[in-house]
Design a protein around this ligand. Structure first.
Ligand SMILES: Cc1cc2nc3c(=O)[nH]c(=O)nc-3n(C[C@H](O)[C@H](O)[C@H](O)COP(=O)(O)OP(=O)(O)OC[C@H]3O[C@@H](n4cnc5c(N)ncnc54)[C@H](O)[C@@H]3O)c2cc1C
Length: 383
């Protein structure tokens, strides 16, 4: 027997964090009929200026939740991605996995994405200005205490509080995030300022000299997300870097990429040291569970972090519908999602130099070895 509709309706759920994972979980679980409240530390929701790709299977979850149109309205469809050398020689080109089943990937601005997700939640569900300070697991319920002096008790607490999750650290793992030795520099610029390098609606990555340059077109905005990932040993969370530092990292790249970098307004560039976490052995107790980066923060080289957060929310809702009890549902959710994200965490840590593309995308021949250059159809990747 599975959990009855009445049991689900009586379930009182508290979600910590209103990022992609928290917002998606709120949508999916409120559709089950549960009472859902989301507690977000920030006084207002915000996201960095950058683009991401929402994969075909992620878009399919949105369809199931009845919000695909709301997301599609603020994004542009893309059929494939391409990897090139620093000077623009093709290395590989691949259509998005499962595009034949679920349709194209949608490229979206992070700010538009969080706004659209929060916009489909019922009024009053998200409580801003609630920074979780501590969580106490009492078995059948968990109790949250916030820095503003308030507290709540819930049948199920969902830790969607990101890479530095308090829920994870207090209940499941006190291991700190791991520095990758890389920085990510991200900006959104007018497509017209991209030196003619935005030729269509698809994602392109130029790689070489330890640097990766991503162009993610946001056609509906007339913009392109221009991201540079570089090697840098400074693990300061928000490090200080100059235009000269950026230019040094794109030396040897196509002169148009160098020019775009030279033209950047440094005040609009988001600068971050890049961290992930080691896999966490257990994601849940009987009344608390991790989703998104809190559970499995990964490096961005496969472009799967935000996508995984959405798929977690879907899998958690499925598990609650299928299992007899909350406890069983949480175990089922972990058994479905953890093997997938463990593997993504692992491959996202792999190097990405020109010679390594083959290891990161197994089965994919470099373009130079393909009988017919151009469109080919094997497995995954993204920014
Ligand atoms: C450089 C870079 C590029 C990336 N590119 C891509 C990409 O192309 N595609 C992709 O799919 N993914 C990408 N990612 C990964 C993606 O950004 C993350 O996986 C995603 O944001 C995780 O969402 P989340 O909701 O789990 O966590 P977050 O987005 O971190 O949200 C956590 C939320 O919890 C709140 N919070 C934290 N602590 C507390 C607390 N104590 N109390 C209350 N609230 C709290 C935070 O304020 C925040 O709103 C990239 C990441 C980086 C760093």
């Amino acid at each position: 027997m599975t959990m009855k509709t009445t049991d689900l309706r009586n379930l009182n759920i508290a979600i910590v964090g209103a990022g992609y994972a928290g917002a998606a979980a709120a949508k999916a679980l409120s559709l089950l009929g549960a009472t859902v409240n989301v507690y977000e530390q920030a006084g207002r929701t915000r996201e960095v200026g950058a683009g991401i790709g929402l994969r075909p299977n992620t878009m399919d979850r949105f369809r199931q939740w009845g919000i695909r149109d709301a997301i599609a309205a603020v994004s542009s469809p893309s059929d494939y991605f391409e990897i090139l050398t620093a000077t623009g020689d093709p290395i590989m080109k691949d259509s998005w996995p499962e595009i034949e089943v679920y349709g194209p990937t949608h490229l979206i601005h992070r700010g538009d994405f969080i706004e659209a997700l929060l916009g489909v939640l019922p009024e009053g569900m998200v409580h801003l200005g609630h920074r979780l300070e501590s969580i106490e697991d009492r078995g059948a319920t968990s109790v949250l205490s916030f820095a503003n002096g308030t507290g709540v008790e819930a049948d199920l607490v969902i830790g969607a509080d990101g890479i530095r999750s308090v829920v994870r650290q207090q209940l499941f793992s006190d291991r700190p995030p791991v520095f990758s030795g890389e920085h990510a520099y991200r900006a959104v610029i007018p497509a017209a300022a991209a030196q003619g390098l935005v030729v269509d609606d698809n994602l392109r990555m130029y790689i070489g000299h330890g640097t990766k340059v991503y162009f993610l077109p946001l056609r509906h905005r007339g913009q392109v997300s221009f991201d540079i990932t570089v090697l840098n040993p400074d693990g300061t969370w928000a490090p200080q870097v100059t235009k000269e530092d950026l230019l040094a990292r794109v030396e040897g790249f196509d002169p148009r990429i160098v020019q775009i970098t030279r033209d950047l307004d440094m005040d609009t560039v988001n600068i971050r040291a890049v961290y992930d976490i080691d896999p966490v052995d257990v994601w849940h107790s009987d009344s608390a569970v991790l989703v998104g980066d809190a559970a499995h923060s990964m490096l961005h080289h496969q472009g799967q972090g935000a996508n995984s957060a959405i798929l977690d929310a879907g899998a958690l809702a499925d598990a609650l519908e299928q299992a007899d009890t909350v406890k069983e549902a949480l175990a089922l959710y972990q058994s479905v999602r953890k093997p997938v994200t463990d593997e993504l965490q692992r491959i996202s840590r792999q190097g990405w130099s020109e010679g390594e593309v083959n290891d990161v995308f197994p089965g994919q021949k470099p373009a130079s070895q393909q009988a017919v250059a151009g469109r080919s159809v094997p497995e995954h990747a993204e920014a």
